[in-house]
Design a protein around this ligand. Sequence first.
Ligand code: CU
Length: 242
Amino acid sequence: MWTFGGTAPGPTLRGKVGDVFEVTLVNDDEHLGHGIDFHAGSLAPDRPMRTIRPGERLLYRFRAERAGAWLYHCGTAPMLQHIGNGMYGAVVIDPPGLGKVDREYLLVSSELYFGTPGSTAQVTKMRQITPDAWVFNGIANQYAHRPLTVSTGERARFWVVAAGPADGIAFHVVGTVFDTVYKEGAHLLKPGDPGGAQVLDLAPAQGGFVETTFPEAGHYAFVDHDMRHGDAGAHGTVEVSD
Ligand SMILES: [Cu+2]
């Protein structure tokens, strides 16, 4: 894989509106150029998003002017391969007045492509969107094996960012109704509203969060409700106990 800092997704950045982020990118790849593109800030891409060669470094400084769950990714062409090999991550900028919750999670969804990075076989899978798995936080089924844990009646917030590079997500938690949906910088639903929601739908590079409470003890699956994805790695479990 190609990564930011050795993991896919790369490190999560968290802050509030007005925060300034300074990131130093060092390209320690022996052969390929790489770069970085933070969706969370506005600036001229020319210098900060430029591709740097092996051994080079750059300083990327941006101010988070607006709240949201933002993608960052390598901006070097072909981005299908650079993102598809793991060069993506999330920046979470809290909306002003964001309420307290008992549990908070961040799930970055993506496709996972095995094979030698950049090989014809791997790139063919990327172009045809036939990944080896669809995953949350880089690993297929990891939260089925290690469930997220919540106590009965607790409020949980799930931040979700869709890294793609090709597919979005339909995030659903079996057995729950979302009373809060925040997508791309705006609340679609708040706890006092009469309606509820079942899915947070995100196109590639979009982000948001949902909140819900778990009414009783049990095992609540969370899935990408595009079942091609949910059945192939993009599912996990919330284990709720009294
Ligand atoms: Cu790259």
